[in-house]
Design a protein around this ligand. Structure first.
Ligand SMILES: [Zn+2]
Length: 67
């Protein structure tokens, strides 16, 4: 009640990485955008994956991939 500003800043920071994880089919606050390069797939672009799913499926966030 007396820390409205602090909570707002923290909430805003969490929202920025809060997204739907396409791997475990649920919302996560550790989402990162990963590119989809499945062989034979016509889909382009990327999907969000949470930290546990990135580790489990060996996914590399777009921002961490070499150009
Ligand atoms: Zn996940």
């Amino acid at each position: 009640m007396t820390t409205t500003n602090g909570l707002d800043a923290e909430a805003y920071d969490r929202v920025r990485s809060f997204a739907w994880c396409s791997w475990h089919k649920g919302f996560t606050d550790t989402a990162r955008l990963v590119s989809i390069t499945e062989q034979g797939s016509a889909r382009a672009g990327g999907q969000f994956a949470c930290a546990p799913c990135r580790a489990k499926y060996n996914l590399v966030p777009v921002a961490d991939q070499p150009l």
